[in-house]
Ligand binder design. Structure first.
Ligand code: SAH
Length: 288
C-alpha cells in the first residue's frame, strides 16, 4: 500500500497518474503522518461515527478516518481524482467517494442518501483555500446536523475565526463562527508538509456546534446586518458605521438606542462582544 505521508511516494503517485495539481481547486496535498493522526485524534473519530470529508484529494486523511470510523463519505470536486482514490483507498469498504461541489451540497441529504444516516456526523477537511470562508458560512448558515468540524485552513483565517474582541483579527467572520459554534484553535501546520508547497502556513481549528446561539437576539438577520455594519468601516465610531448601514434611523435616535443598550456610541465595532451586538439588535428591533 502506498504511504501517502511519504513525499516521494506522493510524487510518484501523481506522476504515475499524470495528475496535475490545480491551484484553482486549492490542491495542496498533505504529506505528514503526524498532522493526519492529530486531526483524527482531535476529532475523536470513533467506530460509531459517520465522517464527511470535504476534498479528499489523494485520500491521506480519508484513509486514516476510515480505519477509525463507521463510514466516511468523501466529497471531491475534481473528477480526475476518484480513479486515484480507487487505488489509494483499496480494501476500505466503508468509504464512499462522491463527486460534487461542497458549496452546493446539502450535507444532511447527502449523508442520509449515502449512509442512510439521519443523525449527527463529523466533518473533517483540509479545506481548499479559495473557498474557505464561503464554505464555512455555507456549513454554519445551513445549520447542518454536524456535531463538529475539524478543518485545516490558512493560519490567518484560523486566527480570525478564533479572535476575541479588540484585536485586529476580530471581525464579521469571528462573530459568525462564534455565534454558531464553539471554536478551538488546535495547532499550526507549516507549509513545508504539503505537495505542492503553498505560499502560507495553515492551522487546524475545531468548530463544535452549539445546541443554540450563545446570545439571544429577536432577529438573526438583523443581528448580522448590525455586525457587518459595525465592521464595515473599521476606523469609524460605531455611531458612524451603523449610521451608514441604517440610514433610515435618525442619527440622534441611533445614538439613544446604543446608549440604551449600554454602549458608548464612540466605541469602535471591533471592541464589541457577541452579547453587545445582541443588545444593539434588541434595541434596533424594538425601534423598527
Ligand atoms: N484532503 C487532501 C486534499 C486537500 S486539497 C489532503 O489533505 O491532502 C483540497 C481538496 O479539495 C482537493 O482535492 C480539491 O480538488 C478539493 N476541492 C476543491 N474545491 C472543492 C469543492 N468546491 N468541493 C469539494 N472538493 C473540493
Amino acid at each position: 500500500m502506498i504511504d501517502l505521508t511519504a513525499p516521494s511516494a506522493v510524487n510518484n503517485l501523481i506522476k504515475k497518474h499524470n495528475f496535475r495539481c490545480r491551484k484553482s481547486m486549492g490542491q495542496n496535498f498533505l504529506a505528514d503522518a503526524n498532522v493526519v493522526n492529530k486531526i483524527i485524534a482531535l476529532a475523536s473519530v470513533e467506530k460509531d461515527d459517520v465522517v464527511v470529508e470535504i476534498g479528499p484529494g489523494l485520500g491521506v486523511i480519508t484513509r486514516a478516518a476510515a480505519v477509525m470510523a463507521k463510514s466516511v463519505i468523501a466529497l471531491e470536486l475534481d473528477r480526475s481524482l476518484p480513479p486515484i482514490l480507487e487505488e489509494t483507498l483499496q480494501g476500505l469498504d466503508n468509504v464512499h467517494v462522491v463527486t460534487g461541489d461542497a458549496l452546493e451540497t446539502n450535507f444532511d441529504d447527502m449523508v442520509k442518501s449515502i449512509a442512510g444516516h439521519g443523525g449527527q456526523y463529523k466533518i473533517i477537511a483540509n479545506l481548499p483555500y479559495y473557498i474557505t470562508t464561503p464554505l464555512i458560512m455555507h456549513l454554519l448558515k445551513s445549520r447542518f446536523n454536524m456535531s463538529l468540524c475539524v478543518v485545516m485552513v490558512q493560519q490567518e483565517v484560523a486566527g480570525r475565526m478564533a479572535a476575541l474582541p479588540g484585536g485586529k483579527d476580530y471581525g464579521a467572520l469571528s462573530v459568525a463562527v462564534q455565534y454558531h459554534t464553539e471554536v478551538r484553535y488546535l495547532f499550526k501546520v507549516p507549509r513545508t508538509v504539503f505537495i505542492p508547497k503553498p505560499e502560507v502556513d495553515s492551522a487546524v481549528v475545531m468548530l463544535a456546534t452549539r445546541p443554540g446561539p450563545p446570545v439571544e437576539t429577536p432577529d438573526e438577520e438583523l443581528f448580522f446586518k448590525i455586525v457587518r455594519g459595525s465592521f464595515g468601516q473599521r476606523r469609524k465610531t460605531l455611531l458612524n458605521s451603523l449610521g451608514a448601514a441604517f440610514s433610515d434611523i435618525p442619527r440622534e435616535k441611533l445614538k439613544g438606542l446604543l446608549q440604551n443598550a449600554g454602549i458608548d456610541p464612540l466605541r469602535r465595532g471591533e471592541t464589541l462582544n457577541l452579547e453587545e451586538f445582541a443588545g444593539i439588535t434588541r434595541e434596533i428591533h424594538g425601534f423598527k
